[in-house]
Design a protein around this ligand. Structure first.
Ligand SMILES: Cc1cc2nc3c(=O)[nH]c(=O)nc-3n(C[C@H](O)[C@H](O)[C@H](O)COP(=O)(O)OP(=O)(O)OC[C@H]3O[C@@H](n4cnc5c(N)ncnc54)[C@H](O)[C@@H]3O)c2cc1C
Length: 567
């Protein structure tokens, strides 16, 4: 069943490596735009399987819907998510109800997806559109040849070697970055700090909604936000999931095939479960992500890192009290998974006859869930370049120059934004300021597109590629980086307290407070337990510290222009 294909030819127009979300969405869009094209997706796995990457944002859900997937199908299959919540925690945080908390409501309803189910639905939808999806096909780049208009992909299959000839190859192979590693390399870029994660799955976690004593009521139950417990060394994620893992591959595929068909009547989750013999249950994904420049706890192992932070942050121990860790729940995942130093960038994003999308092009870090939404923006931008290249019959690297520039720009923006989010954990009100800073552009951007289908403006992710936002974001990044370096020079991380970052906070207010105050209506967030009044009070003029050498931008672009922004 999983090797099912609508076209068994070994010649195709476009071969996509990787049946993850980005490869499948790009392939589906291609068929929708040019039905006559032969589009083949190759994946080394025997069937869609468990992966990390569960918290979705509006951009990704919009992209899924644009390929014909119905919103109510997502509601049936997945746990509802209505935004992001952030708690500032430390050794004094005995209960989450007393932690400074900032909730940003969603733009529209999104979901916590279990990836086997999500990727299976995308497979069913792609096949419905006429894409040939072939599992158990491992692409071997060293045995393949690449040439614009005539690539030969050598694949290992259970039946032996197979060759796929394709005019164009799109590498959507995720962190494997098959062509990225084969050509320029897929390596850590010039970033000031790396991050690593460990995660596990749990049952019987006490719902946050059952906690008593919240000061402010959030619009939705607190379990319907991806929750972030933020601390100076990193953060913990809390994600409830509707799990269909106990359903067989065959039954799950039958269910998603039913749901992908737009003509079929909608059933409730329970009716679907019964009709297709697909049991479901409630589980939680909980993970910890640490800055490598601040804590090496993961070197002692994932469980030790969890124990370390449970001892350090009492509210985390409470969160996991009574929770049952799931051993052997997912294949090859018993019970903890770890990914170390995962910030990566492919040195070559395009070449003659090929290009990279999604994680194959770059990976930032999961704080604020940018993976699927940023990744799908690269897939949609790639689609535009591919359509033009196919129409003009020129599949040379030169055709993809615009796409290459876009990917580098997006990466720089997201990497910088992610570092800002981490640095905001130094000071409780910095979290809300940084969130608001992002929200102003995001909401403004989203308000302009929410009634439209996924489109090219979505690839300006959250509107954050606009020059004005980029310029302000660089200034924010620069202030925070300078202050981290300055505080770090006089105080080891273990001894640092929020008060060490008071000047950072004042400088941030001075830099963007007025801008944020103008857009209070665009940042309807909920704040609980602010530990200081007037987080966004009018800026005070602060003396600037001596110039700190900030090196280069994340993808190697000099930060020289920061000087003028700062002046
Ligand atoms: C700890 C952690 C937490 C994360 N949390 C989130 C989150 O909450 N929200 C979010 O949006 N993102 C999150 N992400 C990121 C998210 O997982 C990725 O952005 C997303 O899975 C990338 O999708 P993709 O389609 O690019 O690649 P993938 O989904 O990785 O798919 C790539 C496919 O390529 C196939 N493949 C690989 N090599 C070959 C080969 N040689 N031949 C054939 N096929 C091959 C693989 O089998 C795979 O199916 C997280 C990532 C990590 C590490």
């Amino acid at each position: 069943m999983y090797s099912a294909s609508t076209n068994q030819t070994d010649n195709c127009d476009v071969a996509v490596i990787g049946a993850g979300p980005q490869g499948l969405l790009l392939a589906t869009w291609l068929k929708q735009e040019r039905p006559a094209l032969d589009v083949v997706v190759l994946d080394r796995a025997a069937a869609p399987g468990h992966k990390i990457g569960e918290s979705t944002l509006s951009g990704f859900c919009r992209a899924m819907r644009s390929t014909g997937i119905r919103h109510d199908v997502l509601q049936r299959l997945f746990y509802t998510k209505n935004g992001l919540g952030f708690f500032h925690t430390d050794a004094h945080t005995t209960a989450l109800q007393t932690a400074p908390e900032y909730i940003t409501e969603t733009f529209d309803e999104t979901f916590q997806v279990e990836r086997r189910t999500c990727d299976s639905l995308l497979v069913a939808n792609a096949q419905l559109a006429g894409v040939s999806v072939r599992f158990s096909h491992t692409v071997k780049p060293k045995e393949s040849t690449f040439k614009a208009g005539s690539n030969h992909l050598s694949c290992e299959t259970p039946q032996g070697a197979a060759t796929i000839q394709a005019r164009l190859v799109v590498d959507a192979s995720g962190p494997s970055s098959v062509l990225g590693r084969h050509f320029g390399g897929y390596a850590e870029s010039n970033v000031p700090f790396q991050t690593s994660a460990a995660w596990a799955y749990f049952k019987n976690v006490k719902w946050l909604n059952e906690y008593t004593g919240w000061q402010n009521v959030a619009e939705f139950p607190r379990d319907e936000y991806t929750q972030h417990l933020c601390f100076k060394e990193g953060w913990v994620w809390y994600i409830p999931i509707v799990s269909w893992e106990k359903a067989s591959d065959e039954n799950l595929m039958a269910m998603v095939n039913y749901l992908a068909d737009p003509e079929t009547p909608m059933l409730t989750r329970d009716e679907l479960s019964q009709k297709f013999d697909c049991p479901y249950e409630q589980i939680w994904s909980i993970g910890i992500v640490l800055r490598s420049d601040r804590d090496q706890a993961l070197n002692q192992g994932a469980e030790a890192a969890f124990d370390h932070y449970k001892a350090k942050i009492p509210a985390l121990a409470t969160l996991l009290e009574g929770a049952e860790i799931l051993d052997d729940y997912y294949p090859n995942h018993s019970p903890y998974a770890v990914r170390k130093n995962f910030r990566r960038f492919a040195k070559e994003v395009t070449g003659d006859g090929w290009l990279l999308v999604g994680d194959a092009a770059f990976f930032i870090d999961p704080l604020r869930s940018p993976g699927l939404t940023g990744g799908v923006a690269t897939a949609y931008q790639a689609l535009q370049s591919v359509l033009t290249a196919l129409d003009q019959g020129d599949l040379s690297q030169a055709q993809f120059a615009g796409y290459e520039a876009y990917v580098r720009e997006l990466y720089d923006m997201l990497e910088e934004q992610n570092q800002i989010a981490y640095m905001s954990h130094n000071y409780p009100q910095a979290i809300s300021l940084v969130r608001r800073f992002g929200e102003v552009s995001s909401r403004d951007h989203f308000n302009g597109i929410c009634d439209e289908p996924y489109q090219i403006s979505d690839t300006n992710v959250w509107g954050h590629l606009c020059p004005e936002h980029r310029q302000r974001q660089r200034l924010v990044w620069q202030i925070m980086r300078e202050e981290e370096i300055e505080v770090g020079n006089r105080c080891p991380i273990a001894d640092q307290e929020p008060k060490d970052y008071e000047r950072m906070m004042l400088r941030l207010r001075q830099a963007v407070g007025e801008h944020l105050d103008q857009y209070m209506d665009l940042t309807p967030y909920i704040m609980q337990n602010p530990s200081e009044q007037g987080a966004l009070a009018p800026a005070k003029v602060m003396p600037k510290p001596a110039w700190v050498d900030l090196g280069q931008g994340a993808s190697g672009v000099p930060r020289a222009d920061l000087v003028s922004v700062r002046a």
